[in-house]
Ligand binder design. Sequence first.
Ligand SMILES: [Fe+2]
Length: 290
Amino acid sequence: MSAVIELATTQTGAFSSAAPEGYRTISVTPESPRLGAVIGDIDLTRPVSADQEAELKRALTEYQVIFFRDQRISHEDHLRLASIWGEPGLHVGGKTNSKVTDDPRVRIFHADENSKQVSGDVWHTDQSCAPIPPMGSILYIHTVPPHGGGDTLFASMYAAYEGLSERMKRYLEGLTACHDAYDVFGPGTPKADHPVIARHPESGRKLIYVNRGFTKRINEVPEEESRGVLEFLYDHCSLPEFTMRFRWEPHSIAFWDNRCVHHHATFDYWPNVRSGFRIQIDGTEPPRPA
Ligand SMILES: [Fe+2]
């Protein structure tokens, strides 16, 4: 009898339909089969209706990262958008690359000829070192490099989980990993243990919850095994079929669900200017074990 070889498949996790149905108060245009959608027919410079709020929340849950174009928002507009989901929060790091505006909840994301590096140019989720990481981040870019560059890459951790072999899923379930951002944010930065496979509190879907930026080791296995498994997972999570690439235009907004998406900032535009503001939204609970 021949052995049954269990193959990982990446043929799962695509949206069932390219044309989203059931949205009445906003338009929703998918950007890739696995994640991302552009939201239209909405003006974020003024309060949105309760129906639009409900559909925005549904779209974020469904598409994991949502985008807006041509929205010349103020800090007040930015905060109002964030408040639909929760409390705008503060960065947990002891030190950060980004500086704050007069309002510490609104951070400046600016790079120019004097920038030696930018934050986030490695696959990561924001501040997963926190016991309760931020649920999401909303980045507004008003100035883009003149010849392209500065794209943000996103990866669906649902699709990455579904692309694992059944054997690997069984191996990973129940493990926890330590997330520590001391190297990046210095003294005073929290660290935390989180499940390797988590379950999203709203969608109920399973996802991979380790990232190259902040995860240091799997707690329940020897150091060498942890290193090998994490390297496999980091490579797996960034496979092209789980990702999409967002090209910024002036006054674009990207809003990612930090609980199920990895992102990566591309720093390929030096010495040109790329500039905007970011707000993060406090999480309400630690990542749930699957
Ligand atoms: Fe980030």
